[in-house]
Design a binder for this molecule. Sequence first.
Ligand code: ATP
Length: 587
Amino acid sequence: MKELQHLNKYFLKYKKQLLIGTVITIIARIFLLFTPRYVREIFVVIEKYLKGGVSEQVVKAELTEVIIYIIAAALIAAIFTFFMRQYIINVSRYVEFDLKNEIYIQYQKLSLNFYKKNRTGDLMNRISEDVGNVRMYAGPAIMYSINTITLFIIALIYMFNEAPKLALYTVLPLPVLSIVIYKLSKEIHHRSTIVQQFLSKLSTYTQESFSGISVIKAYGIEPQTSASFKDLAAESKGKQIKLAKVQAWFFPMMILLIGTSNLLVIYVGGMQYINGEIESLGTIAEFIIYVNMLTWPVATVGWVTSIVQQAEASQKRINEFLKLEPEITNTVEAHTKITGDIVFNNVTFTYDDTNIQALNGVSFNIKQGETLAVLGKTGSGKSTILDLIGRLYDIDGGSILINDIPIKDHNLTDLRKSIGYVPQDAFLFSDTIKNNIKFGNQEATDDEVIEAAKNAQVHKNIIKFNNGYDTILGERGITLSGGQKQRVSIARAIIKAPEILLFDDCLSAVDTETEEKILKNLTKITKGKTSIIVGHRVSSAKNAHKIIVLDNGKIVQEGTHETLINVKGYYQHLYLKQLSEASSNKD
Ligand SMILES: Nc1ncnc2c1ncn2[C@@H]1O[C@H](COP(=O)(O)OP(=O)(O)OP(=O)(O)O)[C@@H](O)[C@H]1O
């Protein structure tokens, strides 16, 4: 139960609802327990009448009265049971909501390294399946426990007062029932976890084959994928059948044990009646009702125990993530000013998961309003420079200064707010184009969205869609071409109007003519702002104030377009190659 203590803060938060729910549960059970006593009354009245003790009129009146009491008690119990669920189950939904939000907020805080170390499926499971297990503890387990305890205490008091020996025989099989149900619930849970794992394997496989359907069709491998699907589905079916087998034991076991208790009541009660140890047959009827009333709550003891165990295991997994401290944290509360002066001083950085040294003694500086172009072979460390400016990772050596202040001493929120980042793989959400652009600035007007799209040279494409800017992207909507995606992503960064703009190879999928237009617009927009353009084309770099060429994490060339084309090296080679490509294209 140690791990589940994490939920105590939520129970404290919803203590009022829980308290009301508990009181209501107790009241509901008290009224429910009136019925067996009234049934006994009926027997007593009839027995009296049969022995000639009372007239027909009196017996009718007494019976009517008792029946009215039974109906009234059942009605009141039903109404309170309704409210019992309303209060206690609702609390479990509130706790589920709070816990999901707590986990989600923690996920957002954790650094990129966390996402690399943990699989998406695992992250999803903790927020859905594990929280679901915990909810079962916060709601049903608590409700059934209060229910069982109340019912048991009151019923046992009644039963032992009435006929102690009979009471003892009646409750004798109940612990056995509880243990059997506990064992069964554990096995059911074990097998359903396996079924769940298989289902998610199956859905991952299906999802992947739908996403890659064009590749599957192009390679004509439909029969192979169908065969793999069939194998997976067959395995899943086997696990489902194994689960169904153990589930099938649940109710027969309950019926068997209830039956045993009923038989014991009838046999022991009957013998006691014959021996004159109990006065009325009504006591036997009353006890049979008790047995049936107690069976389910007793069965739930086993069930609740397994729920609590599952919840404990799930909460342990959740706590593991909640306890993680983000590697990158904001240590500065006060706002810090960022205008765009960036200095890299002998910066070294190694990705700790791959141990790849991405940057090795990199130094450069850019002033506010300047443009830096970063070129180099693939894997030379270009994107890493941009990630470090956004402080997605902390450096191992050297220093990064932004406006003469070490990057770590900047308010992290201010730093990220001052950056507009266009990643290498443009990621767009399944939402409208307009909202995807407004992601950069939620307050932007429609005119500003259009302006940004025009500057990114994507406006003309967007208005050709039937729904224009309201066109939904992604699974439910249309798919944009690689170049269109890149340009929407550029519009998103532009609309933010940040002090620093980082473009990570984001013009790779646009033709040189469009690239030219975008770069021209960017020159206009980025006036007074600092921009870093990472790319593989000389065309993206030639107007930059400064160009650096990276190789294997080191700067191997530095200068302007004019200086670099005149020195032997990567830049000149690239320039000549692209020049000859351009002229052969013209031919
Ligand atoms: N998230 C990461 N985790 C581990 N290693 C990484 C990560 N990102 C990059 N690397 C490694 O660091 C090195 C530099 O990568 P980086 O992405 O900065 O290169 P790049 O110059 O931007 O390459 P490209 O032009 O192909 O985009 C590469 O060897 C790469 O494998």
